[in-house]
Design a protein around this ligand. Structure first.
Ligand SMILES: *[C@@H]1O[C@H](CO)[C@@H](O)[C@H](O)[C@H]1NC(C)=O
Ligand SMILES: *[C@@H]1O[C@H](CO)[C@@H](O)[C@H](O)[C@H]1NC(C)=O
Ligand SMILES: *[C@@H]1O[C@H](CO)[C@@H](O)[C@H](O)[C@H]1NC(C)=O
Ligand SMILES: *[C@@H]1O[C@H](CO)[C@@H](O)[C@H](O)[C@H]1NC(C)=O
Ligand SMILES: *[C@@H]1O[C@H](CO)[C@@H](O)[C@H](O)[C@H]1NC(C)=O
Length: 719
């Protein structure tokens, strides 16, 4: 019995469809009355083809398009309208559904679109339909007012990203009594999937816009597209919610585009939406990325994703793309997806367009990250921190992803001054200067000071006089009375303000191209971050990674912080640490501590409070150093309990190194000694990277291990 029925059904199918299409013609009776009740429930449409080629198209002028506009899509409304105005079609009316607050802007866009359309008798009327709230019910509201026999229902993107032929099909559709369009969803609740648009029609449970319907199908106001599909399907014996048809669409993968995916896999989308929050994060900010094109965006993707993972919001605008498209999805890995807007920038000045776009963000941005190029110079903000990165530095910005919002907000506050102390080692000076030239400054302005001793040779003076520094002001100084290293260093820099930081470099030092990133990251974290009120004892940041401790009374000792931490059960051996030893081979000194040192030194050298050879720190070798500024700095550090931050990268990879050249301190230079002090520099392409830190960020202040002057772990009351 059952077998016979199926057999009959299979034989009947093609006939049934032809019949059904025929009966679907609008003037005909609704098809369900003619369909055999018995077959309707058992019909299997998944292998069926609806033949639409012979079906007549709708009469000219009998179609109205309903297009919702949102604050974002308004930017491109003019483009979105153009297929309706530039191509001859069956459309007599375009209704733009638009929130009341945007009406005046929409009116301007509509006027521009109409004005740019070619003169023709058949141009459709474009009118605005005010609607506040969710656009889908707005579209149905407007549809009930259209009074044409046929409707083309759209979403904000209009006919964007459809093939020419699919557009034509929608602009002059065939007369089918069902929603017809390229984007259909098949399956059952909980297991939806996308139909791949093809010229062969496919039955669907419901359609997503754009699709065409006879006006008679709109019986009420529907809240969403699946709801409409369901209503259509429930009114029919065959339970069809729509017919999928697309002619050569480029985006057969449309289903993965987030706005559509949200319709199809609502559960998955809501689950993956909140990214795991960074445990250190206190509050999320809005980060705006303004970049020329997708290639630039890909270069900073890791940073963008890190910010997103940390719970920040993102808005991305590519302002020099080849076409204008909004809400393009970008996926970096399973945890990082976001959308960007692309625009085609025609004028020289991107400012009006960007300003318009920024105006439409719901919240004021906290940080605007952009490329340093003439086009973006006018981009300014009263509230947001605007950061302009030179193109060459763009590949090296990942470390910024470790900053908290508070730290980002103070991006422009600290000012670094580099102070070079040189005398008569021109080759060394040249090596130092070329390492400074190679380094990345991320668009920051950095002052350079070159201090020459009275006895500087001709070559040194020449090098100083010809060096080109492109990152800020340059100052050159030369002594008239030979001072020696102590005044040469101590007087080479004095802080101008509480935000001025001095990097002291003797000429036998060489820096890593990433030294500035290390300094900036550390200063922002410990001086401007959440813990900045507890870090008063931090007097500076070393670029140099210690491999020896020099202050043992019995002499120099090899030192490996990673081994020390392992022996002392410190969880993460890669942690940077605090040490009381001031570093003179590339280190930044903080303003208030340096001022204090000046005062201490002046007092100490005047012998007002104690004789000059009085021992302040017991049992350290620096007591035997003469004419050393560090000896006195060590005394101050010891008396006050101050500490300096040191890097601790694998293999002693360092942000500066010392070439141990013959000079004031070094009387002879042996290969052995050189090996002891020279360190590998962190290069731009090193396998060891700046974020090779516990949790890929600088640790909390309280988590930093502390070492005393002779390299022992101590419990310093850090506050
Ligand atoms: C629908 O038809 C296909 C192909 O003829 C068949 O494989 C499938 O099992 C049918 N499904 C149902 C639910 O009858
Ligand atoms: C979901 O639908 C697909 C075909 O559309 C089918 O192969 C799959 O078995 C269904 N899964 C469930 C859980 O129903
Ligand atoms: C700079 O810092 C010092 C010491 O912390 C403080 O006494 C002084 O008031 C600060 N100056 C300014 C201008 O804030
Ligand atoms: C360091 O100085 C102390 C006392 O001033 C002296 O006894 C000692 O021999 C000196 N050590 C060295 C290595 O010069
Ligand atoms: C550092 O700590 C060790 C162990 O507590 C101690 O023996 C040594 O004297 C300390 N060094 C200084 C300079 O205080």
């Amino acid at each position: 019995m059952a077998g016979g029925k199926f057999c009959r059904a299979r034989w009947l199918l093609p006939l049934l469809f032809v019949l059904y299409i025929f009966l679907s013609l609008p003037e005909q009776d609704p098809p369900e009355q003619r369909v055999d009740q018995d077959f309707a429930g058992s019909l299997n449409f998944s292998s069926s083809i609806l033949e639409l080629d012979g079906v007549p198209i709708v009469e000219a002028g009998s179609l109205a398009a309903v297009l919702p506009a949102t604050s974002t899509s308004l930017l491109t409304l003019r483009n979105t309208l153009s297929p309706f105005l530039h191509t001859p079609s069956c459309i007599s009316k375009v209704l733009v559904v638009c929130p009341e607050s945007l009406l005046s802007q929409a009116r301007v866009a509509v006027r521009q679109a109409v004005r740019s359309a070619p003169e023709s008798d058949h141009n459709p009327d474009v009118s605005l339909y005010p609607w506040n709230g969710n656009p889908v019910p707005g579209v149905f509201h407007a549809a009930t007012q259209a009074s044409t026999k046929w409707l083309l229902l759209l979403d904000e993107s209009g006919l964007g990203s459809l093939s020419e032929r699919t557009r034509e099909m929608l602009l002059c559709p065939v007369t089918v009594n069902l929603p017809t369009g390229p984007r259909g969803v098949v399956g059952s609740p909980g297991n939806w999937s996308c139909a791949h648009p093809s010229p062969e029609t496919l039955p669907a449970s419901y359609l997503l816009p754009p699709f065409v319907i006879p006006s008679s199908l709109v019986q009420e106001i529907y809240e969403d597209w699946p709801g409409f599909g369901q209503a259509v399907s429930q009114s029919r014996m065959d339970r069809l919610g729509g017919v999928v048809r697309g002619l050569g669409d480029p985006d057969s993968n449309w289903c993965n585009i987030p706005p559509y995916r949200a319709f199809i896999q609502p559960d998955i989308t809501t689950l993956s939406a909140p990214f795991p929050a960074d445990p250190f994060l206190t509050s999320g900010g809005l980060f705006v990325f303004l970049l020329p094109n997708i290639d630039d965006l890909r270069v900073v993707l890791q940073l963008v994703c890190r910010l997103q993972e940390s719970g920040h919001s993102l808005k991305v605008l590519l302002y020099s793309e080849s076409r204008t498209v909004l809400g393009i999805p970008e996926t970096y890995n399973s945890r990082c997806h976001f959308q960007y807007d692309a625009m085609r920038e025609t004028g020289r000045d991107i400012y009006p367009m960007v300003y318009d776009w920024l105006d439409r963000t719901e919240h004021e941005p906290d940080v605007i990250f952009t490329l340093d190029e003439p086009a973006t110079r006018p981009v300014q903000s009263e509230r947001a921190v605007v950061i302009r990165i030179p193109r060459d530095d763009l590949p090296y910005v990942q470390w910024m992803g470790s900053l908290s919002l508070t730290e980002w907000m103070d991006w422009h506050v600290p000012q670094l001054e580099i102070s070079i102390i040189t005398q008569d080692r021109p080759q060394s000076l040249e090596r130092l200067l070329s390492s400074l030239t190679r380094a990345r400054y991320f668009g920051d302005s950095v002052t350079l000071r070159m201090n020459m001793e009275q006895s500087s040779d001709f070559e040194t003076v020449r090098i100083v006089g010809t060096y080109q520094w492109t990152h800020g002001s340059v100052f050159t100084h030369r002594r008239v009375v030979h001072g020696g290293l102590l005044p040469a260093v101590v007087e080479s820099w004095y802080p101008h303000s509480n935000h001025s930081y001095g990097l002291l470099l003797e000429d036998d030092v060489e820096v890593s191209p990433l030294f500035y990133a290390w300094i900036k990251m550390s200063i922002l974290r410990y001086r401007y971050g959440e813990a900045s009120s507890e870090t008063a004892r931090l007097f500076g940041i070393s670029l140099y990674q210690q491999k020896n401790t020099e202050l043992h009374p019995e002499g120099r000792k090899a030192f490996d912080p990673r081994k020390l931490f392992a022996q002392n059960h410190i969880m993460d051996h890669s942690t940077p640490y605090l040490s009381q030893i001031p570093c003179s081979w590339g280190a930044v000194y903080f303003p208030e501590h340096w001022r204090e040192f000046h005062a201490y030194l002046a007092d100490r050298l005047s012998e007002k409070t104690m004789e000059i050879d009085r021992i302040v720190v017991p049992n350290v070798r620096s007591n035997n150093w003469t004419k050393s500024w560090k000896k006195y700095f060590i005394e101050m550090v010891y008396l006050r309990g101050y500490v300096m931050l040191y890097p601790n990268y694998e293999g002693f990879v360092s942000l500066s190194t010392n070439h141990l050249e013959v000079g004031s301190h070094v009387k002879e230079r042996s290969k052995e000694k050189e090996e002891m002090f020279r360190l590998p520099l962190m290069e731009l392409s090193s396998s060891v990277q700046l974020l090779d830190l516990p949790g890929a960020r600088l640790p909390e202040w309280d988590a930093l291990p502390v070492l005393n002057l002779t390299g022992f772990l101590i419990n310093l009351d850090k506050s």
